[in-house]
Write a protein that binds this ligand. Structure first.
Ligand SMILES: Cc1cc2nc3c(=O)[nH]c(=O)nc-3n(C[C@H](O)[C@H](O)[C@H](O)COP(=O)(O)OP(=O)(O)OC[C@H]3O[C@@H](n4cnc5c(N)ncnc54)[C@H](O)[C@@H]3O)c2cc1C
Length: 298
């Protein structure tokens, strides 16, 4: 391994000052779970890693803002989120998703900021947070800006983040009891990387769907909103099998799905056709038995 400097700033401002907008070999590090894998694989040879571990503790905390939104510090560990009573109570979709995100060793150190900044299209949290309308606060040398999670990823491992910007906070609107489900379809263990991930959040009006938010992950280079499927679901009754099937087909037709080591493009297409309707049904069924649902294997 080529020697590198490990900086341990005590504040977020200091951390930002240690980054360099022009130098890709200087990188921030949250939990380091992805950074270490990239270094082992030889795709990252940093000259300086800026550890965020010692910055102000407020960036590793979970709370609720005045307007009822969930405020997650960018340095919050995934395990902290998973076990937060606030999250379990108000955002069961997040708590359930986290349970099969990788394994407990990774969740104990990985941070939500690192998770979102990594921008691997197979990640579970970006589609789920996007379906809930979450946004990130990004801090840089000239202040902060806010970006919807849905617009954060721009391609394979690429985001709108400049090299000297950090995700300092994630803000999630209330789930407010809305039926929601994340279908993580894996071909091996339930906590493996997904072959496909489908996140669905429903606004109901009586027995009909007033509005559906549908985001798919692990299908293309970034999490994608299935607008055609959403349009078909608007006004539909979840018991209407035909519409659910059409929505799945429309979703599969909308995307130029890319195959990978977890499944071919045609396999993923078939999964999407089946799992979109299943996600809607699962979300609704879970409301009766409290909260949010989640499912596993293909
Ligand atoms: C064995 C294994 C299995 C896994 N399985 C899954 C899975 O099933 N589903 C899934 O979704 N994920 C999975 N992952 C990925 C895991 O979720 C990520 O590695 C982790 O969330 C990254 O968080 P981190 O804090 O460790 O990031 P780091 O490794 O510290 O950083 C990742 C990237 O983000 C940058 N970065 C870090 N923090 C910030 C910040 N605050 N602001 C801006 N940029 C930042 C870094 O420079 C780097 O480019 C798996 C990982 C492993 C090792």
């Amino acid at each position: 391994m080529i020697p590198f400097e490990l900086a341990r700033p005590r504040s977020l401002t200091e951390a930002i000052a240690l980054l360099d907008p022009e130098d890709p070999d200087i990188r921030p590090m949250g939990g380091g779970t992805a950074v270490m894998l990239m270094m082992k694989a030889g795709v990252l040879r940093p000259t300086r890693l800026v550890s965020l571990r010692d910055v102000e503790p407020e960036y590793a905390q979970v709370g609720i803002g005045n307007n009822g939104e969930l405020q997650i510090g960018g340095l919050t560990r995934l395990a902290t989120l998973e076990h937060s009573p606030l999250v379990k109570e108000g955002w069961p979709l997040l708590a359930r998703t986290l349970r099969t995100l990788s394994n407990v060793r990774v969740r104990n150190v990985a941070t939500i900021g690192g998770n979102l900044a990594h921008a691997d299209p197979h990640m579970d949290m970006p589609p789920v947070l996007s379906s809930l309308g979450a946004r990130v606060t990004i801090q840089g040398p000239n202040g902060e800006r806010t970006v919807p999670v849905e617009q954060l990823c721009t391609g394979y491992y690429e985001t709108v983040l400049a090299r000297d910007e950090l995700i300092s906070r994630v803000i999630v609107p209330p789930q407010a009891g809305r039926p929601a489900a994340y279908m993580k379809v894996t071909t091996r263990a339930s906590h493996d990387w997904p072959a496909l991930g489908v996140a669905v959040v429903l606004d109901m009006q009586g027995a009909a769907i007033r509005q559906a938010s549908v985001i798919v992950g692990a299908a293309t280079d970034r999490p994608t909103r299935l607008t055609e499927a959403e349009a078909l679901l608007r006004g539909a009754e979840p018991s209407d099998e035909k519409t659910l099937r059409h929505a799945g087909e429309a979703g599969a037709a909308q995307l130029d799905i890319v195959g990978d080591s977890h499944g071919t493009a045609s396999y993923k297409k078939q999964l999407l056709k089946v799992y979109l309707g299943r996600a809607v049904r699962t979300a609704l069924a879970a409301v009766n038995s409290r909260g949010t649902a989640f499912e596993g294997h293909a």
